[in-house]
Design a protein around this ligand. Structure first.
Ligand code: HEC
Length: 113
C-alpha cells in the first residue's frame, strides 16, 4: 500500500513539474511549424532557410516577447515606430491569438549564440 502511495505521489509531482515544460515545448514546435507555413520565409530567414535579407536568427536576444508580438499583430505601426525601410513591408497575416503566441514563443528561442 505504501508503495502505491509513493508511486502516485511521484506521478503527481512529475505532472506538476514537467507538465508546463511539455506544454512550452509544444508551443515552440507549433510556432516553428507556423513560421514555415505562414509565408514568413518570403521575407525572413532562420538558420539559413528563407530570405537572408530578413534574418531572424538572433531576434530572441534583440526583441522582447511584447515587441515580437507587436510585429505580428500590427506590423504597420511597428514599422513606423522602428523606421523600418526594407521593402516589401511586412503585412499583417491572418493569425489567431494562439498562433501569434506560438510564433512569439518560437522566435524568443532564437538567441545570439
Ligand atoms: C512581405 C515581407 C514580410 C513578410 C511576409 C513577413 N515579414 Fe516580418 N518583417 C518584414 C520587414 C520589412 C520587417 C522590418 C525589419 C527589417 O527590415 O527586416 C519585418 C520585421 C519583423 C520582425 C522584427 C525583426 C527585427 O529584427 O526587429 C519580426 C519578429 C518579424 N518580422 C516576424 C515575421 C513573421 C513571424 C512573419 C510570418 C508570420 C513575417 N515576419 C512575415 C517583412 C516581412
Amino acid at each position: 500500500m505504501k508503495r502505491i502511495v509513493t508511486v502516485v505521489v511521484w506521478a503527481a509531482a512529475l505532472m506538476v513539474f514537467a507538465g508546463p515544460a511539455f506544454a512550452a515545448d509544444a508551443k515552440v514546435d507549433k510556432g516553428k511549424a507556423l513560421f514555415a507555413s505562414s509565408g514568413c520565409k518570403m521575407c525572413h530567414s532562420i538558420a539559413g532557410v528563407g530570405n537572408p535579407k530578413g534574418s531572424l536568427d538572433e531576434v530572441g536576444s534583440k526583441l522582447t516577447a511584447a515587441d515580437i508580438k507587436a510585429w505580428l499583430t500590427d506590423p504597420v505601426a511597428k514599422a513606423a515606430q522602428t523606421k523600418a525601410e526594407r521593402k516589401p513591408a511586412m503585412m499583417k497575416k491572418p493569425l489567431s491569438a494562439e498562433d501569434i503566441d506560438a510564433l512569439t514563443a518560437y522566435l524568443q528561442t532564437l538567441k545570439k549564440k
